[in-house]
Design a protein around this ligand. Structure first.
Ligand SMILES: Nc1ncnc2c1ncn2[C@@H]1O[C@H](COP(=O)(O)OP(=O)(O)OP(=O)(O)O)[C@@H](O)[C@H]1O
Ligand SMILES: [Mg+2]
Length: 220
């Protein structure tokens, strides 16, 4: 029997609404993502709708979507894209199947902060804005399909080759039942433009809210 990688006693580095993110215990260049136990119980536990319990890939459907998108990008560009997550494998852990990927880091070697944290900590400066505009251009210029462009899914990274840049670390792939984005390149591009506009609006709203909070004005 394969030995399960033990994660449940470790402290996660980060978490989202769906997953916990651990540093790989045997490889500090990698992260392992597992589905949060509370989410598993709520969504796939005994109280969940029967059709959810019986879905063939169960709680791992999102892994499949992300792996497919990684392969699609590799196939169409002959390499992985520097502004999108690099998936390196799957691993069996004591918290279920884990998705392994390259850890994206900032200039100090820490985990790169998500855009939400940059905004919250007033670190979204001109350099970061320029990097975000470059990221939007790159995203529109390729065939990558995006399901969820939220403020937590982009991290602000730094490396010797690209300098400061954003990387999409989650939310890739086709999530809709009707895969129009797969069938039509122009539909996909239009959809990405809408996502980017939505994100710009969210950035503006977040900045305004934080400014108001700092100046003691009532919440918007
Ligand atoms: N490859 C990575 N490199 C650096 N940080 C990462 C990476 N992957 C995830 N993170 C950090 O972990 C957080 C949670 O990861 P992720 O977005 O994959 O979880 P999720 O639960 O699927 O998210 P969501 O809430 O969007 O469903 C991210 O917001 C980011 O801060
Ligand atoms: Mg996320």
């Amino acid at each position: 029997m394969t030995e399960l990688l033990q994660l449940s006693q470790l402290t996660p580095l980060a978490q989202g609404r769906m997953r916990l993110v651990f540093e790989h215990p045997r490889d500090t260049a990698s992260l392992i993502k597992v589905i949060r136990p509370d989410v598993i119980e709520r969504r796939w536990g005994s109280g969940a709708a029967w059709y959810k319990r019986r879905r063939r890939y169960g709680r791992y459907t999102s892994y499949l979507r992300e792996i497919q998108e990684y392969i699609a990008a590799y196939a169409s560009h002959g390499m992985s894209l520097p502004f999108a997550q690099k998936i390196t494998g799957l691993v069996e852990t004591d918290m279920g199947l884990g998705l392994v990927m390259t850890a994206v880091r900032d200039a100090s070697g820490q985990l790169a902060p998500p855009l939400s944290a940059l905004l919250r900590n007033n670190l979204f400066d001109d350099q970061a804005q320029d990097a975000l505009e470059r990221f939007f251009k790159e995203l529109l210029g390729c065939d990558l399909i995006v399901a969820d462009l939220n403020l937590g899914n982009m991290v602000y990274a730094h490396d010797g080759i690209r300098g400061n840049h954003f990387v999409l670390i989650d939310g890739l792939g086709v999530s809709t039942v009707l895969p129009f984005k797969l069938l039509s390149r122009s539909f996909n591009r239009r959809s990405k433009r809408r996502c980017i506009q939505g994100l710009r609006d969210r950035i503006d709203r977040t900045r305004l809210r934080l400014q108001n909070e700092a100046s003691g004005l009532p919440k918007l």
